[in-house]
Design a protein around this ligand. Structure first.
Ligand code: AP5
Ligand code: ZN
Length: 217
């Protein structure tokens, strides 16, 4: 299954992606994760991307498209893939359409996680991440089972993403709000769009997504 999950920053794309990739055994391709790994290692890509991400701006289309095209050619995408956070502009969407046609891996569906913009600041400011395994939690909505201990790996150290500080969050939301409607139109014109209500508790959003995906078969 070839899927895309889209939504504003903090909508819950990464959270829902974890369930989808586990259920369908497909790789999770998150451009945000790819950039953060590159920044951590200070590769040439990371050095280039860091300035944009720290400002809450988008990394230029040519850089981002190149990475995805390369990633979609890896053998683990044979059974499908889940794109998360790409495309984010119409140029990227057009490029993706071209590359997936060329690779014979066209999208089967686009999941649009729709959340009221007012709740996103709270989602992002309460997010914390396990330093060891990258599992994502929220101080109100997704706590660890034992306080201070990661449910997944048992680690005890957590961090906040540097772009989750209030000044950056404001710009991220503005930048992404501008791009969101044209992208929704792009995929609804192609009859690929499935909008799910992301304002519900995490498990209810998962259930709605599962319903959409099982109806695709
Ligand atoms: P990226 O990493 O993609 O960030 P984003 O789109 O801003 O999205 P997030 O990862 O912040 O949020 P999410 O929707 O995954 O939410 P999550 O599940 O964690 O991109 C980062 C940056 O990289 C961009 O700003 C840009 O600079 C650059 N970039 C990336 N892709 C690019 C591209 N294609 N082109 C150009 N530049 C690009 O959930 C958030 C929190 O809420 C968590 O704490 C979670 O526990 C909680 N939560 C989740 N669901 C619920 C729920 N239903 N109820 C309550 N709490 C919930
Ligand atoms: Zn962990």
């Amino acid at each position: 299954m070839n899927l895309l999950i889209m939504g504003l920053p903090g909508a819950g794309k990464g959270t829902q992606a974890d369930f989808i990739v586990e259920k369908y055994g497909i790789p999770h391709i998150s451009t945000g994760d790819i950039f953060r790994a590159a920044i951590k290692q200070q590769t040439p890509l990371g050095v280039k991307a860091q300035g944009y991400i720290d400002q809450g701006e988008l990394v230029p289309d040519d850089v981002t498209c190149g990475i995805v095209e390369e990633r979609l050619q890896q053998p683990d995408t044979k059974a499908g893939y889940l794109l998360d956070g790409f495309p984010r502009t119409i140029v990227q969407a057009e490029q993706l359409e071209k590359m997936t046609q060329k690779l014979n891996k066209p999208l089967d569906a686009v999941l649009n996680v729709d959340v009221d913009p007012e709740t996103l600041v709270e989602r992002l400011s309460g997010r914390f991440i396990c330093k060891n395994c990258g599992a994502t939690y929220h101080k109100l909505y997704k706590k660890t089972r034992v306080e201070g201990t990661c449910d997944v790996c048992g680690g005890h150290a957590f961090y906040q993403r540097s772009d989750d500080k209030p000044e950056t969050v404001k710009n991220r939301l503005e930048v992404n709000l501008k791009m969101n409607t044209p992208l929704i139109d792009f995929y609804s014109q192609r009859n690929l769009l499935h909008t799910v209500n992301g304002n519900q508790p995490i498990a209810d959003v998962t259930q709605e997504i599962n319903q959409v995906l099982s109806d695709l078969h």
